[in-house]
Design a protein around this ligand. Structure first.
Ligand code: MV4
Length: 591
C-alpha cells in the first residue's frame, strides 16, 4: 500500500479522500491555492503545499507544479478527486510516466478512448451494450445528417465528439434546422474541446438519467455497485441523486448493471468509474463513461456499505477486489442533496459570503461530507458547494421522511442555499413519485414554487428581500413555558454573547454587549456564572473601547466573549487564563 498520497483537489472531496487514506494508514498531502490557505482540506492533511494563485488554471490545474509538489513531498501516489484534472488523460499519462508515483485512477489509455464519444460508442457496441441509434463515425456534412433524419426520424441530437455535460449538443427537429445546428455544434466543439468533429444520435425527448457505479482491479475483476438515478438536473447540473433508481425494476437493474460491467471490461478499464445511460420506455442506451470518482458516489456507498475511495486506493496499489458480484447487496435507499451557496429564487445564482451560521443535522441515517466550519467564507473562485447531505433509510419512503427531518434541521445563515429547493422537492408529487425525467426541472416545474420555497424556508438574507423590516428571533418564557417570538430587528435587546453555539461563540465575533456569562461595565467586570477563563485579551494599562472583547469565559460548555459595555482603561486584571471563577468574581477592573 502507498505511504503518502497527494490529493490534487480541494473541498469536501479532498477531505473524503484523505479520510480513506487515514483509515488505511497513509499520510496525506494537500495542495492549495492562495484563496485556500485556511481551507478545510489544508487543515485535514498531514502536510500542505501552496501551488499558486486563486484561479484554478494557475493552481489546481497546473499539472507540472502538482507533479513536482508530489515529488518534493515524497508522495508515492496522486489522487485527483473529481473535477480539475480528474478526467485529463494527458495528466494521468504524465503521472504514470513519473517514477515512483502511481496514478489513482483508470489507465490513461482507457481515459482517452472513453473521452472520445464515438470511440466510447464503438467500444460499448462491441461489448454488446445498447447505444442510442446513431453514428459511430463523425458526420461530415449536413446531407449526411439529413439522411440520418430520414432513417431514424426527427428529433436528432448533434453532439460534439469531445463533449459532455450538455456542451456542444444541438437538437434538430426538422430537416430545415440541420445546417444551422450542425454549424453551431461544430463551433462549440471547437471552442470548448478544441475538436470540431461531431456525431449524430436519435434524440430521446424525456429520458431518465441512470448511471451505474463500477470498480475494477488489475486482475480482471470488474464489479458493478448498482445504479444511481440522477434525473433531477438543472441545466445539466445535478441537484439530487439517489440509489437505487425508483424507476427500474429488478430485471432492468440486473441487465443495465451487467451491460456496464461488460462495457468497461472491453475498454481495459480499472479503478472506479461510472457508466451513464439514458432510460426511456423500459429501454436503456449507453451515453458516456465518467472516468473518475463522482460527487454522488456517496449514495452508492450508503446502500452497498462499500467504501469506494478505499477501493480506489487499494486497486491502484495492485490489490484484488475482495468481494464477488453476488456479494454486492443493495440495502435500503440513499439520497444525496447538494447543499450549494446559490439562490434558487434567482436562477440558482451563486451567493458567495460568510457562513455566519453553519449547523448541519446529525442523528440516525445522516451523513455529511463537507470541508467547512462556521465562520468560513464561501468564495467565488471555485464551485459553490458547501456540503453534501446524504440520507440513508430502509426504503425510499422512509428515506424521504428522514430527509425532510434532516433538511429542516440544517441551519445555514449568511449565504443563500439550495436547502429550500430540496425541501420543495420533498413535497413535490412528481419527485416523490419517482417519475421525474431529465426534463422536469428545466421544462416542467413552476418557477413560482421555487420562489415561494425560498420565501418560506430561506434565510433572512434571501427571504423577503423586498424592503420589509428584517426580523430577529427571541426566546421568552411565560409561566415557565418557552416561546420563540419573532420581533423586528432594532427592537431586540443588545445581542446576547452567550447565544452562539459552543466553540463558535468567540470566533463569531459577536461583540454586541454585556450579558450572558459576565457583565462588563466601568468598575468591576464580574462573572455572572461559574466558569473557566479561556483567554484574557487585555492587560493592565490597555485602553478599551465599548464592544472590545476583554476575556473569554467558558461556562455551561459554551465560549462566551466578555465585552466592555463602556470605554475605559484597564486598571487591573485579577484573573489569568485557566482560572476557575465563581459567579460574582471580578474579572477585570476598568477606570
Ligand atoms: C441525450 C439526450 C437525449 N437523447 N442524447 C445531456 C448531457 C450530455 N452528456 C448528454 N445529454 C443528453 N443526451 C440523446 N440521444 C438528452 C440529454 C439530456 C440530459 C441527459 C442526462 C441528464 C440530463 C439531461 C438534460 C437534458 C438533456
Amino acid at each position: 500500500m502507498f505511504e503518502k498520497v497527494l490529493v490534487a483537489n480541494r473541498g469536501e472531496i479532498a477531505v473524503r479522500v484523505m479520510a480513506a487514506c487515514e483509515e488505511l494508514g497513509i499520510d496525506t498531502v494537500a495542495v492549495y491555492s492562495d484563496a485556500d490557505r485556511s481551507a478545510g482540506h489544508v487543515d485535514y492533511a498531514d502536510e500542505a503545499y501552496n501551488v499558486g494563485p486563486a484561479p484554478a488554471s494557475d493552481s489546481y490545474l497546473d499539472q507540472e507544479t502538482i507533479i513536482e509538489t508530489a515529488q518534493q513531498a515524497g508522495a508515492d501516489a496522486i489522487h485527483p478527486g473529481y473535477g480539475f484534472l480528474a478526467e485529463n488523460a494527458e495528466f494521468a499519462r504524465r503521472v504514470e510516466e513519473t517514477d515512483d508515483i502511481t496514478w489513482v485512477g483508470p489507465p490513461s489509455d482507457a481515459m482517452r478512448t472513453l473521452g472520445e464519444k464515438t470511440k466510447a460508442r464503438t467500444v460499448m457496441q462491441e461489448a454488446g451494450v445498447p447505444v442510442v441509434p446513431g453514428t459511430t463515425d463523425p458526420v461530415e456534412d449536413a446531407e449526411a445528417v439529413r439522411e440520418l433524419g430520414e432513417e431514424y426520424g426527427y428529433p436528432l441530437a448533434i453532439k460534439a465528439e469531445g463533449g459532455g455535460g450538455g456542451r456542444g449538443m444541438k437538437i434538430v427537429r426538422s430537416a430545415e434546422e440541420v445546417d444551422d445546428a450542425l454549424e453551431s455544434a461544430k463551433r462549440e466543439g471547437e471552442a470548448y474541446f478544441d475538436n470540431d468533429s461531431v456525431y449524430v444520435e436519435k434524440y430521446l425527448e424525456a429520458p431518465k438519467h441512470i448511471e451505474v457505479q463500477i470498480i475494477a482491479d488489475e486482475h480482471g475483476n470488474v464489479r458493478h455497485l448498482g445504479e444511481r438515478d440522477c434525473s433531477l438536473q438543472r441545466r445539466h447540473q445535478k441537484v439530487i441523486e439517489e440509489a437505487p433508481s425508483p424507476a427500474l425494476d429488478a430485471d432492468l437493474r440486473a441487465e443495465i448493471g451487467e451491460a456496464a460491467r461488460q462495457g468497461v471490461r472491453e475498454a481495459g478499464y480499472t479503478n472506479a468509474g461510472t457508466v451513464e445511460f439514458l432510460v426511456e420506455d423500459g429501454e436503456f442506451y449507453f451515453m458516456e463513461v465518467n472516468t473518475r470518482i463522482q460527487v454522488e458516489h456517496t449514495a452508492t456507498e450508503e446502500v452497498t456499505g462499500i467504501d469506494l475511495v478505499r477501493w480506489q486506493l487499494r486497486v491502484a496499489a495492485g490489490e484484488a477486489l475482495a468481494f464477488t458480484q453476488d456479494e454486492v447487496d443493495i440495502d435500503g435507499h440513499a439520497i444525496e442533496f447538494r447543499i450549494n451557496a446559490e439562490n434558487p429564487a434567482e436562477e440558482f445564482a451563486p451567493t458567495p459570503g460568510a457562513l455566519e451560521t453553519y449547523d448541519p443535522p446529525t442523528s440516525i441515517g445522516v451523513r455529511l461530507d463537507d470541508a467547512v466550519t462556521q465562520g468560513d467564507e464561501i468564495g467565488g473562485d471555485y464551485d459553490s458547494m458547501i456540503a453534501k447531505l446524504i440520507v440513508h433509510a430502509e426504503d425510499r419512503e422512509r428515506c424521504l421522511a428522514r430527509s425532510k427531518r434532516a433538511l429542516e434541521h440544517f441551519d445555514v445563515e449568511g449565504v443563500a442555499t439550495t436547502i429550500p429547493f430540496h425541501r420543495l422537492m420533498l413535497d413535490d408529487e412528481v419527485f416523490v413519485s419517482g417519475s421525474h425525467t431529465t426534463k422536469y426541472l428545466d421544462e416542467e416545474l413552476d418557477g413560482a414554487a421555487i420562489a415561494d420555497a425560498v420565501d418560506r424556508w430561506g434565510t433572512d438574507s434571501t427571504a423577503g428581500g423586498d424592503g420589509q423590516p428584517r426580523t430577529a428571533e427571541l426566546a421568552v418564557e411565560v409561566d415557565g413555558q418557552r416561546f420563540d417570538v419573532v420581533v423586528e430587528e432594532g427592537l431586540t435587546p443588545a445581542a446576547d454573547s452567550s447565544s452562539g453555539t459552543g466553540g463558535g461563540g468567540s470566533a463569531g465575533g459577536d461583540a454586541g454587549g454585556g450579558g450572558g456569562a459576565a457583565a462588563a461595565t466601568a468598575g468591576g467586570v464580574t462573572a455572572e456564572m461559574q466558569g473557566t477563563v479561556l483567554s484574557v485579551d487585555v492587560a493592565e494599562g490597555d485602553d478599551v473601547t465599548e464592544g472590545d472583547v476583554i476575556c473569554v469565559l467558558e461556562a455551561m460548555k459554551m465560549e462566551n466573549d466578555v465585552v466592555a459595555s463602556t470605554s475605559g482603561t484597564v486598571a487591573s486584571v485579577p484573573v489569568a487564563e485557566g482560572d476557575s471563577v465563581d459567579m460574582g468574581d471580578t474579572l477585570v477592573v476598568l477606570e
